[in-house]
Design a protein around this ligand. Sequence first.
Ligand code: TXA
Ligand code: MG
Length: 348
Amino acid sequence: MQTKRVTIDAQHPQTEWIKEAAQLIREGQLVALPTETVYGLGANAMDAHACQEIFKVKGRPQDNPLIVHISDLAMVKRLVEEWTPQAALCADKFWPGPLTLVLEKTAFVPDVVSGGLGTVAIRMPKHPVALELIKEAGVPIAAPSANLSGKPSPTQGIHVWKDLKGKIPLILDGGPCAVGVESTVLDLTDEVPTILRPGGITKEQLEEVLGEVAVDRPAPDQAPKAPGMKYRHYAPKGELTLLIGERKNVIRKIKDELRKGHSRLKKVGILCTLESAPELHSQLPDLLFVLGSEHHPEEVAGNLYQGLRLCDEQGMDMILAEGVSEKGLGFAIMNRLQKASGQRVMRV
Ligand code: TXA
Ligand code: MG
């Protein structure tokens, strides 16, 4: 298949591209689209056959359900059994935005979308291209991140192109995604709202609106409530080690590990904060990628997946990543780094 990648204006999307993309969605085809978190691989959420294609194209396990994206609150009626007061509060405060709500689903939602669960995950994205496309298509759009399964999520059109060219007809390239990590997935089917996946809306922000908020932390032998969280996602090819601790200890350990790697003729990449970069730069790593300032987690989130992808593209065998504070957006960042490390974490 020929893949067309068009540049679309993120703020004022050109009508011709929105129309073309919406037509494809209505015909049951797949379109990659920018959202404020990461790029999505979209299909008509009410078309089971089209949604099945998403799994094929990504190589995604069938039991991992999709998020349904809406442009308008009227669309939830066909999707959920009950629009709970907590859901209304969250939507009022955080939609459009990087928050996904898990609610009891109706029979209209195809089983392939919900991965056979009795619930459906819904989000109203903030990106004008995503909103316009859903509106023009006139149907909710099911969209996972537009990467091949197991790769870091795409935060730029070029990432989607590299993963999916030849497999889908159209990529709407709206430039880099503002948030850079995926949405927070919040389960509202229990009394206490539970974060199944940390993301763009922080636990602190949710607590302000909802009061008590729990975090799903399954024991190693338990299944997480978001099926996707059990997979080793966001994984670069190189072996990533996450280093956590006081800066001077982390820097010392990174230097040690770098030396060890080089003595074994490994290519070693470093992902670190702006504050640690000067000292680590002098150790001549094969790649030094600055994630952003430790005082600006939104910068770190925005650069994270690009950093992981660059390590792969430049053939790093080993990646040493500096951890950040788990406060606010840092919780989501550390969750992704931990997953990328396959739990290879050093506390120093
Ligand atoms: O920011 C995002 O959420 C991006 C953009 C494109 O919107 N999408 C995204 O989708 O990250 P995906 O498929 O890569 O991740 C969806 C996550 C998975 O962990 C999945 O298991 C979980 O949401 N999920 C989906 N439906 C669910 C449900 N009914 N119950 C529990 N977890 C669900
Ligand atoms: Mg994903």
